[in-house]
Design a protein around this ligand. Sequence first.
Ligand SMILES: [Zn+2]
Length: 282
Amino acid sequence: MKLYAVNAGHFKLDGGAMFGVVPKSLWHKANPADENNMCSWALRCMLVEHGERRILIDCGMGDKQDEKFFSHYYLHGEDSLERNLSKHGLGYEDITDVFLTHLHFDHCGGAVKRTSDGALVPAFPNAKYWTNRAHWDSATHPNAREKASFLKENILPLQEHGVLHFVDAADGEEWLPGFRIRIVNGHTDSMMLPLLTVGAKTLLYCADLLPSMHHIPLPWVMAYDMRPLQTLQEKEPILREAATNGWTLFFEHDPRIECATLVQTEKGIRVDRQLTLAEWSA
Ligand SMILES: [Zn+2]
């Protein structure tokens, strides 16, 4: 199994919403905001070569919504999924599986594209798309607070085209050899975190449990989470397990840092070393 970071671009979200109860005087040093209080975040996906399969974990926000939608999210920078897949000699048709940690638009928007005649079709024409039943049920019957994150046009076409599949691995179980799943419920119902083992090394794809390196200290929890106290309860044992077992963390939204290792300090678990996924793999 080989792992590669594939950045689908950068966007902006409100700094206060991203850092929850943490005051701006602290988070502003971690990720400086612009004049509208917006901070830049990555849409960092991962390409997993697993035997004959080329699995993409999450796929960014895509480009099918209208100008008004994108005016809220300020896509910027040179990175795009297409450009960064092509660096690996791959096009959308080469992806065999799209594994969706959860169905918020910034993780699955790229899964469905709009054709020139306006039809919504799977963007990766040869791929199976993976979610799980509990999350699917929640995403297709959203509460009023989460509704703006679950956009019908990102997810229903996958079902309509018959390419949607449910991962049936329970928390801690293997989906594929070396590809285990951890399930957490604080950010949203039944979000899946891939726990990937290559040789003697293990890496956790943190999705929105820890969107950036700066979300490692326990109280740094996003205001976007449906159940912030549950996130708190889920972070603590996972960070302890990661620190004890020497796992590396992979951050989907950190604007600069791809990966970090952990160390136990008297203040709690903190970053030991920052690294790229290529350095981790070498
Ligand atoms: Zn996200």
